[in-house]
Design a protein around this ligand. Structure first.
Ligand SMILES: N[C@H](CCC[C@H](N)C(=O)O)C(=O)O
Length: 296
């Protein structure tokens, strides 16, 4: 039987992004991609991202987080999920432990992030620094200027979308800036084509953004490994960085997503701060038969 059977999880969302938090500290259990897919497929534990909390690896950090998408692939960053982990490790009766001045330092495959409570249902995450060089995104070609890369959707002489910005927040993002309402684009059709485009050797999260004011942006996201979601924190961060680099905004903006609003600031020290809500839907335990017959 899978060691995950009967393990307790929290079912949450961050601005509508469906998150499951699983605390595996104190154990050597690792979640296999097939197990992540099984959890995502179950109505009680469906997620856009599964946040698995492990014992700290680097001294001075509070935990190591592994982040799984619906398809079982792993990501180096998840903004909405990190806020939910902040809630879990600071406030959940079973998961919470004392934290230095209410702030947690969490490590992921992509580096360190820090999360702290703002109010009982709002958290701020220091998402670290954006990666802006072509080989850090990564891209398959050496674009010297990642503010606009050569990529278009539709006929070459009249593209539907073109020249996206490329930014990594520990995971790859392509952001198309448009004049029209992002809802007028069929991202459900366009997204999967671009997610797997050869220019993105690690695939990419695909965003369509409309700058609606000096500090307001409307955003729609097709997520790598998860599809259309109601919110994506790293995409919101990447979009503010990209818009700022293109002088479309200053260094901060409120980003409106279908599931809610995120406040993003690209600080002068190059760190990107994201503030947003968390919502606890409930908790559960994984039924033993959820993992029956998995291929691992
Ligand atoms: N929804 C997440 C992003 C997950 C990123 C994942 N889709 C990937 O990069 O593989 C967020 O709030 O930042």
């Amino acid at each position: 039987m899978s060691p995950l059977a009967e393990r307790r999880f929290l079912k949450m969302h961050g601005a509508g992004n469906a998150i499951v938090v699983l605390d595996l500290r104190g154990s050597s259990i690792r979640v296999a991609p097939a197990e992540a897919r099984a959890i995502a497929a179950d109505a009680h534990s469906r997620f856009d991202q599964l946040m698995v909390v492990h014992d700290p690896v680097t001294p001075g950090t509070d935990a190591f987080m592994r982040i799984y998408n619906t398809d079982g692939s792993e990501s180096g960053a998840c903004g909405n999920g990190t806020r939910c982990v902040g809630y879990a490790l600071l406030d959940d009766p079973a998961m919470a432990r004392p934290a230095e001045n209410g702030c947690l330092t969490l490590e992921t495959k992509a580096g360190l992030v820090a999360v702290k409570r703002v109010t009982d249902r709002s958290f701020t995450v220091d998402m670290g620094q954006p990666r802006l060089r072509w080989d850090e995104i990564p891209l398959a070609e050496p674009f010297p200027d990642t503010r606009r890369i050569e990529l278009q959707v539709g006929p070459i002489d009249d593209p539907i979308l073109h020249s996206p910005a490329a930014v990594s927040m520990g995971n790859p993002h392509a952001i198309f800036f448009v004049e029209r309402d992002p809802d007028s684009y069929d991202l459900g059709r366009i997204g999967p084509l671009l997610e797997a485009h050869p220019i993105f050797p690690e695939r990419a999260n695909i965003s369509i953004a409309q700058v609606t004011g000096r500090d307001t942006i409307k955003l729609r996201v097709w997520e790598r490994g998860a599809g259309l979601t109601l919110a994506c924190g790293t995409a919101a961060c990447a979009t503010v960085v990209a818009a700022s680099r293109l002088r479309m905004i200053g260094r901060a903006a409120r980003v409106a997503l279908p599931g809610g609003e995120l406040a993003i600031e690209w600080r002068a020290d190059d760190h990107v701060l994201m503030t947003g809500p968390v919502f606890l839907e409930g908790e559960g335990t994984f039924a033993p038969d959820l993992f029956a017959g998995l291929d691992g």
